[in-house]
Design a protein around this ligand. Structure first.
Ligand code: PBG
Length: 323
């Protein structure tokens, strides 16, 4: 009790403050998302996401080498193909855009850990995450395409896959298909609690994946629900997910916390495009201290219980963390 107890005693000295710091954000906690565009010599800026570009494979290699040397050892790939189709089959091609990118990255930067997003929305003409039957995404047909896409990605030597579609049962189906093709060692990071969020709008510009009709509310979760997130996670763990993800991150710290304290699996959090853009927009106005705000945001996500964070800020903050 005061006056004998004074918590400020541990705050007066910066070395002591560092000694008692409970959460440490480490370079290895961070994963950088990258957009791979068809063509050559392409570096398209995303206007609403300053600092983020779509790269063709040749320039992606340069950029990833640069990032790797700064200390970014893990990337998550999204593809923008030249031609889209009705069912996302172009995501399963041997020479698909992400397949090409993975092969090139593994050749030039073998130690870079490459994760591939598994979903149809960047590959379908209508922008939905699967095959449309009677005006909505058909669950079981979509699961089959996703399993096909996963095997195709596995063949390129990808290090991990990350299904982001939110179909029921897809983790089990993908796991089975991977194992049947000899890829039993390939880990799955499942977007388990993925909410139908307004924070994804800018990603959809970057990945050119805005739905042409309707929304994603019949497959992505209602932001108001928490118990349902636990059911999603539990099912994914039983189906074989190695890592479970919560997405978005900032408005869902309670979900991250409950999941990480309830289940004995590593938890990933996705600090999404809208969260990134809010910081960038305020920084451009000169209203905030960008570096300190990013550190505070990412540390809070880790403190909530995330073991790893997918963040567009990775490239801006990595040098501070490796100092
Ligand atoms: C695709 C996908 C989305 C994001 C990651 N994978 C968009 C969506 O579901 O509409 C969002 C990432 C971000 O906003 O940064 N299924």
């Amino acid at each position: 009790m005061f006056p004998y107890t004074r918590l400020r005693r541990l705050r007066y000295n910066s070395t002591l403050r560092a000694m008692v710091q409970e959460t440490q954000l480490l370079p290895n906690n961070l994963i950088m998302p990258m957009f791979v565009h068809y063509g050559k010599g392409v570096k398209n800026p995303i206007p609403s996401m300053p600092g983020i570009f779509q790269y063709s494979v040749d320039l992606l290699i340069h950029e990833c080498s640069r990032l790797y040397n700064l200390g970014v050892h893990s990337v998550l790939l999204f593809g923008i193909p030249e031609h889209k189709d009705e069912t996302g089959e172009c995501a399963c091609l041997e020479n698909g855009i992400v397949q090409q990118a993975i092969i090139a990255l593994k050749k030039h930067i073998p130690d870079l850990f490459v994760i591939a997003d598994v979903c149809n929305c960047e590959y379908t003409t209508h922008g939905h995450c699967g095959t449309i039957v009677d005006g909505d995404v058909h669950n079981d047909i979509t699961c089959k395409t996703l399993a096909q896409q996963s095997v195709s990605l596995a063949r390129t030597g990808v290090d991990m896959i990350a299904p982001s579609d939110m179909m029921d049962g897809r983790i089990g189906i993908i796991r089975k298909e991977l194992d049947a093709h000899g890829f039993e060692s390939l880990p799955i990071m499942a977007y388990s609690a993925k909410y139908a969020s307004a924070f994804y709008a800018l990603f959809r510009d970057a990945a050119q994946s805005t739905p042409m009709f309707g929304d994603r509310k019949t497959y992505q979760m209602n932001p108001a629900n928490k118990k349902e997130a636990l059911r999603e996670v539990e099912l994914d763990i039983h189906e074989g997910a190695d890592i479970v993800m919560v997405k978005p991150a900032l408005s869902y710290l309670d979900i991250i916390h409950t999941i990480s304290s309830t289940y004995n699996v590593p938890v990933a959090a996705y600090n999404v495009s809208g969260e990134y853009a809010m910081v960038k927009a305020a920084a451009q106005q000169g209203w905030i201290d960008e570096e300190n705000m990013i550190l505070e945001i990412l540390t809070s996500i880790k403190r909530a219980g995330a073991n790893m964070i997918i963040s567009y800020h990775t490239q801006d903050i990595i040098s501070t963390l490796t100092k």
